[in-house]
Structures are given as structure tokens and as C-alpha cells.
Design a protein. Structure first.
Length: 280
């Protein structure tokens, strides 16, 4: 994806985050290529593991799988890596398009160090790693509380929004994904079938599906449905427009079907959502 960024701006943000939290943080583009990190070196624990090429491949794959999970679910994801450390990844969005990820981690979070070390030893047994040296770094790692990790994750979500809103990480507006997304938003009331979109942008369905999965993290039909529900939620909360009119405005003219889809996606009926979210 075509991204514009100032590496000094990115590093300044990472430095500020590290100064507050003492947690290593990394920014990836949407293809999982590292754009910036601070500190630039991995922790001594991770360096020992990555000294084995196969183990390093496992580390990289673990990061990529976490980003893919984050993309599919469109939200923050905290997990334990194959080497027993806790990490968190957050999507960076430009409107509805995921343009990158912020990840922090290499943290120890456990209720029982001995049990966790047994699991780590089993997971790493197939690699050529000096386990004695690794254990020395393991016992020196500070055990971070779940509350601390949660607070750092919240800060990172704010940082992800800041990167786009402050234009420190910009998606070039001429990319096909951004054009498709803009077209959907401005034609939400109309027929947005794959056939219509492919004809409008002169692309094949296979390419449309590939762009959607890569840039939106989901199929094109699901992406369109999410935009429609998001618009409906805004109209329900901010206006007095009758629900049947809102259904038509977001491209689902059948009121009963709109109600069914809205409840399936949000867990509640449109009438209930309006009562709970009306601006007062």
C-alpha cells in the first residue's frame, strides 16, 4: 500500500511511548514490514531466541498471525507469543482501511513463573537455543500486571488514531482501495454488488475480493454491511429520522430485513439502540 510518512515523526511517537511505559513498540505497514521501532534492538531474551534462524522465522510468523487476527476482527488483540511473552497489536486505520499496525510487547505476564518456563522450554526445544542463557534473562524479566498491559494497550489505541488524524501516517488518496471505499460511502443507498463495483472500477471480481481482504480485512459484502450499520447507528443516535427511513438511507430498503441485520451485527434492535444512544 502507498503510505506517506516522516520517519522522524514516527520515531518521536515511539520514543514518547517508551519513555512513559518502558515497553518496546513497533510500527508495521499493512504488509507487515517494519517502519519504525523503539528501542531498535529486541530484548536480550528475544535476541537469544532469534539467534536461531528457525526460531526467528517462528517469531516473525507469530507477529504476522497476530496482525491478521487484528485485521479480521478490526480491533486490538493481546496474546501470548510462542516464546511465552505477552504482546498487543492495534490496527492503524484511514477511515475504513487498515494501513498498518502498532505492536508492543516482549513482556512477561504470568501468575506462575515456573509453570510458564516449563511451557516455554517445551515450545523452544526444537530450536538450537542456549536455554541456560535464556533462563538467566527470563528470571531477570519483570512480571508486568494485566492492568499495566491493559493501560498501555489503551494508550496505544490512542496513538494509532493519532498517527492518522495528525497525518503522520498517510494513505495516498489515489490508491484503488481508498477509491473503492469512498465510492461505497458516497453511494451507500444504491446497488453496491460486486458486479456494479467491478464495472465501475474496471476490475475483475477476484481482484476486488483480494483488495477487500487485504485493505479492509474482510470480504467486500461484509465491508459494505459494516459501513451501512455504522451509518445507521450514527443516524439513530444523532437524528429523529424514522427507522424505516434510515433503513432506506443506508441501502437496506426492507425494514424487516434491516432490523434483522442490525440486530445480528450489534446484538440489539434499532429501537433499543436509539433509546440507549440518543443525544440528549
Amino acid at each position: 500500500m502507498n503510505l506517506l510518512f516522516n520517519i522522524l515523526d514516527l520515531k518521536e511517537l515511539l520514543l514518547n511511548f517508551y519513555t512513559l511505559t518502558k515497553i518496546r513498540i513497533v510500527i508495521f505497514d499493512d504488509s507487515f514490514h517494519e517502519l519504525a521501532s523503539y528501542p531498535t534492538r529486541h530484548s536480550s531474551y528475544c535476541r537469544i531466541i532469534r539467534s536461531d534462524s528457525k526460531a526467528e522465522e517462528k517469531c516473525i510468523a507469530c507477529d504476522q498471525q497476530a496482525c491478521l487476527y487484528c485485521k479480521r476482527n478490526q480491533q486490538l488483540y493481546t496474546y501470548q507469543c510462542h516464546a511465552g511473552l505477552t504482546e498487543t497489536v492495534v490496527p492503524i486505520k484511514a477511515e475504513n482501511i487498515i494501513i498498518g499496525y502498532i505492536m508492543f510487547g516482549q513482556l512477561l505476564q504470568t501468575d506462575n513463573r515456573d509453570v510458564l518456563w516449563e511451557d516455554i522450554s517445551k515450545n523452544l526445544s526444537l530450536f538450537n537455543i542456549d536455554m541456560n542463557e535464556l533462563y538467566k534473562t527470563y528470571i531477570k524479566k519483570k512480571n508486568i500486571s494485566k492492568d499495566t498491559i491493559s493501560a498501555a494497550a489503551n494508550m496505544m489505541e490512542i496513538s494509532a488514531s493519532y498517527l492518522y488524524l495528525s497525518r503522520k501516517l498517510i494513505l495516498k488518496e489515489d490508491t484503488l482501495a481508498s477509491k473503492i471505499d469512498a465510492y461505497i460511502s458516497s453511494h451507500i443507498k444504491k446497488d453496491l454488488s460486486a458486479t456494479v463495483l467491478c464495472k465501475n472500477f474496471d476490475i475483475s471480481k477476484s481482484r476486488l475480493y483480494k483488495i477487500s481482504e487485504h485493505s479492509f480485512g474482510m470480504g467486500i459484502a461484509e465491508h459494505i454491511r459494516n459501513i451501512r450499520i455504522h451509518m445507521a447507528k450514527r443516524l439513530l443516535g444523532d437524528t429523529d429520522t424514522p427507522i424505516y427511513e434510515i433503513a432506506d438511507m443506508v441501502g437496506i430498503s426492507d425494514y424487516n430485513y434491516f432490523t434483522k441485520v442490525f440486530k445480528r451485527e450489534t446484538g440489539i434492535l434499532p429501537t433499543v439502540y436509539r433509546k440507549e444512544n440518543t443525544m440528549r
